[in-house]
Design a protein around this ligand. Structure first.
Ligand SMILES: [Zn+2]
Length: 320
């Protein structure tokens, strides 16, 4: 309904012709900006397939993949990208099943390198070999769909400008697009604690994990959108980084509800990255890496909006 109203609102602007083109273009841009502010757009993405986080006793990778993909489908989300480290597929029927299930359920796969090194810790050539080594598995499992999307492990793109440029050139030459991130709340930092609390049947602690996870998510969804305004002067369609862990799978219904409450609409990764903001290359040595807005803020020495850090200490000590 709202989308229909918005479309109607734009028709007169388009229909009036070019006489006051610039002014209309500006007004239309403002309206679209307003629209994005009220109804932000997001593509969900999942890293570390097919084996994100530690496996809990009695659980399987196939169970997690089926649960996650099933929930996405129930929300009419298809073609969600999962970024794969093929090293995990070697000699493990469970991870192989997990990846097959993910793709069979209509989800897509992209590359996260073969064994998940930070590009900061290896040479450009070694990193490129990691990308190449991942390709046979991607070809085998992708069911003919586009797997040439690349997600840098740890969101790090190189500690020197020379290395950063070399790897980017390699990716471009080999037809990859970089699956940039705009929204990230370190969802995987809850997974170890969840495993410990579950093993000890500490229900009150699990309740705290759930509540703090959602609180942290809500905060960083807002902070990420503020960072975009600083980096780009406007909000842009988003890419949210999540991980294929047991805890994020458990939390997905609540997380999707939170996104709906904040007005988010879902789009595919390809649709989102059509926005010209995704062509921006900070082109600087940024050893700590980070989301695209983070990299732009850091390369231009711009100030971050205020935020409360995640509860790192409690996450590392809870249920010990
Ligand atoms: Zn990863």
């Amino acid at each position: 309904m709202r989308r229909w109203l918005m479309a109607m609102a734009l028709i007169p602007l388009v229909a009036l012709g070019t006489a006051r083109g610039t002014e209309l273009h500006k007004r239309e841009g403002q309206r679209l900006h307003w629209h994005l502010r009220r109804h932000p757009v997001v593509a969900l993405t999942f890293d570390d397939l097919p084996a994100g986080g530690d496996l809990l006793p009695g659980d399987t990778r196939a169970r997690i993949a089926a649960d996650l993909a099933g929930q996405l489908r129930a929300h009419r989300l298809k073609g969600v990208y999962g970024f794969v480290n093929a090293v995990e597929l070697e000699d493990d029927p469970d991870t192989q099943d997990a990846l097959r299930i993910w793709v069979r359920q209509g989800m897509n796969i992209g590359s996260h390198t073969w064994s998940h090194p930070s590009v900061n810790d290896v040479s450009a050539v070694q990193f490129e070999q990691e990308i190449a080594r991942n390709e046979p598995a991607l070809t085998r499992y992708a069911d003919g769909r586009d797997w040439r999307w690349f997600r840098y492990p740890y969101l790090q793109e190189g500690e020197t400008l020379e290395k950063r440029r070399a790897v980017r050139a390699y990716l471009k030459d080999h037809g990859y697009r970089i699956a940039q991130v705009t929204l990230n709340f370190n969802d995987d930092d809850w997974d170890d604690a969840y495993g410990r609390c579950l093993a000890k049947h500490e229900d009150a602690s699990i309740a705290w994990l759930e509540q703090s996870y959602l609180q942290n998510a809500a905060q960083f969804l807002t902070v990420g959108r503020r960072e975009e305004k600083i980096a780009f002067g406007r909000e842009i369609p988003n890419v949210l980084l999540l991980h294929e862990t047991a805890f994020t799978t458990r939390m997905l219904p609540d997380l999707l509800q939170l996104l709906h409450r904040q007005g988010f609409r879902f789009q595919s990764l390809a649709e989102v990255e059509r926005d010209p903001a995704y062509n921006v290359d900070p082109d600087a040595a940024l050893p700590e890496g980070g989301s695209l807005p983070n990299q732009i803020l850091n390369s231009r020495h711009l100030a971050y909006p205020p935020f409360t850090p995640e509860p790192e200490d409690r996450l590392s000590t809870i249920c010990r």
